[in-house]
Design a protein around this ligand. Structure first.
Ligand SMILES: Cc1ncc(COP(=O)(O)O)c(C=O)c1O
Length: 446
């Protein structure tokens, strides 16, 4: 904990409010430890049970995490508005940042021409009664999904894939419920599950997607929803293969009540074919974000699914945010329909593939087996994550420590290739070879 921040309070509510305020004002930053329960109880002259209740409340709301002998710490991205810079300190001067996990902004299609076209064609302003998913957007989305083998479905829109997952989990599950997630998996999803007061159950992943025995174990342990990344799994780059999809579909057929969520966030950027699970359970949703191919700032994802699942999400949105702005819908439609944009997305996919495969090949030459079948990340198992990240940093590169993505799996680094150029690869691979110790041989999880 930052030496200056003193947690205060005489009741559990006051103590948890004091910690929350510390996080809000960045006096407590992600990873900071809270004082041990007994120490704080003595300092504040309250009973240990009072401090425990405060910490339990913070844990339930996803602000802190308790990990055995490591004690209670502030989560990497607690659901409390703090200055962004406090949540993600800038890399030191001269450091090349390969930790961000975001698309290469040099390769995103420029929006200017499309905005100009929209400006020309904008008719009279629309009011409340005329909105929802535009029929032409729904039709184009269905066509694009059908081309990838998604069964005919209802369609709605959300403010991105993560917003879609939040709405789906909120509509089907309750706080305390368990959600089966890939391990290692997307850090933002783990943060969301914590913020919803739900529990993640980790499912081991290999290059072909979630492993069947792991999914079976998570479902047997009571998971009420399963989130699967179709392609470009974050952080490992795994993509669900045809065989894995068939085996998972056979398993899921036994779990009619399960909410199945597929996250195809790489969408048009993925170079590997889609093998969907859509329709394997009665309640299913397939999310396709526009963030990676067209730009994260568009904040839009297509959510397709069975009638009840989509109606719940759309109905709940109607009594809340309402709808995704038709201005945004028209902009995305314009991007979808522009052959020049389609070509530039294909070029971006090639570029990611060259850099990702190039780095994996350069690491293989140096005796380091790394993973990344698709997407923008390379996952490199290492013997000691902290040591590897430190050695790498000393060589001028910043990678993301695997701890952000793991529940029970072994240590690794995540390297995002977006900020790399092909000529960087030999120097980076040399630095990684120095940073990594003999790698963990098989699988991603314990
Ligand atoms: C696994 C995964 N899903 C989805 C997304 C994108 O989500 P959104 O559509 O909310 O921008 C990301 C972005 O990094 C991701 O890694």
């Amino acid at each position: 904990m930052s030496a200056r921040y003193q947690v205060t309070g005489a009741t559990a509510a006051e103590i948890s409010a004091s910690v929350e305020s510390g996080i809000r004002h960045a006096a407590l930053v992600p990873g900071d430890p809270l004082p041990p329960v007994r120490t704080l109880a003595v300092e504040l002259a309250v009973s240990p049970a009072t401090v425990s209740r405060a910490y339990a409340d913070l844990r339930r709301r996803g602000l802190v995490v308790t990990a055995g002998r490591h004690g209670t710490r502030v989560r990497p991205r607690p659901p409390v508005a703090a200055r962004r810079a406090a949540l993600r300190p800038p890399p030191g001067p001269g450091l090349r940042d390969l930790s961000a996990g975001q698309p290469d902004t040099r390769l995103l299609p420029p929006l200017g021409p499309h905005l100009a076209r929209l400006a020309e064609s904008a008719g009279t302003p629309v009011g409340y009664p005329d909105v929802g998913v535009l029929p032409e957007v729904a039709e184009a989305a269905r066509e694009r999904l059908a081309a990838d083998g998604i069964p005919p479905a209802e369609v709605t829109l959300t403010g991105g894939a993560l917003d879609g997952i939040e709405r789906l989990l909120g509509a089907h599950l309750r706080p305390g419920d368990a959600v089966a997630v890939e391990d290692p998996g997307w850090a933002s999803l783990l943060d969301l599950i914590a913020a919803l007061g739900m529990r993640p159950i980790g499912v081991p992943v290999d290059d072909d997607g979630p492993m069947v025995a792991g999914v079976a174990a998570a479902l047997a342990a009571g998971a009420r929803a399963l989130v699967v990344t179709s392609r470009a799994q974050n952080p490992t780059g795994a993509a669900v293969s045809a065989d894995r999809a068939a085996a998972l579909r056979a398993l899921l057929a036994e779990y009619a009540d399960l909410l199945l969520i597929e996250d195809d966030h790489a969408a048009e950027l993925a170079r590997v074919p889609l093998h969907p699970l859509a329709g394997a359970t009665a309640s299913w949703a397939f999310l396709r974000s526009v963030s990676k191919p067209f730009g994260p700032d568009l904040r839009l994802a297509v959510l397709a699914g069975d009638e009840t699942t989509v109606a719940r999400v759309a109905g709940r949105a109607r009594v809340g945010a309402g709808w995704v702005s038709t201005v945004l819908q028209r902009l995305v439609l314009s991007l979808w329909h522009d052959p020049a944009v389609t070509a530039s997305v294909a070029r971006a996919a090639d570029s990611y593939e060259r850099r990702r495969d190039g780095l994996i090949a350069a690491l293989a030459v140096r005796g380091l087996p790394a993973h990344g079948r698709s997407g923008i990340n390379v996952w490199l198992p290492v013997a000691d994550e902290t040591l590897a990240a430190t050695v790498l940093r000393d060589a001028g590169w910043l990678a993301a420590p695997g701890a952000l993505y793991r529940i029970a799996g072994p240590p690794a680094l995540r390297i995002t290739v977006s900020a790399l150029d092909e000529e960087d690869l030999p120097a980076l691979a040399d630095a990684l070879a120095r940073a990594a110790r003999p790698a963990v041989p098989a699988g991603f999880s314990a």
